[in-house]
Design a protein around this ligand. Structure first.
Ligand code: SF4
Length: 95
């Protein structure tokens, strides 16, 4: 059974910005926590990923896309999973 979670349509013109991402030269594992990772190790890895995002020319687009898509995992646009969840909650309350 497939589950639809409302992801944006995969149209190339809407995703070209990803070619400009600072993380294209990074190890993808930096952005997604391995199973069981917790505490200081998780914080350190996420902060290292965020350092790429801090210097990324498409960080704003990346952040908004990840929020629109309700990305459940990883660091996107300089935000961790928990930070995206908190931001979405704040936006819902403000709306
Ligand atoms: S903001 Fe971060 S995750 Fe998004 S494209 Fe840039 S470096 Fe990659």
């Amino acid at each position: 059974m497939s589950v639809q979670i409302g992801l944006p349509a995969p149209r190339i013109e809407e995703w070209e910005w990803q070619f400009e991402g600072a993380c294209r030269s990074a190890d993808p594992e930096l952005f997604f926590h391995p199973e069981g990772e917790r505490g200081a190790a998780r914080r350190r890895r996420a902060e290292a990923a965020k350092a790429f995002c801090a210097n990324c020319p498409v960080a704003d687009l990346c952040r908004e896309r990840s929020l629109d898509a309700r990305e459940p995992f990883g660091v996107w646009g300089g935000l961790s999973e928990d930070e995206r969840s908190q931001m979405l909650t704040r936006r819902r309350r403000a709306a």
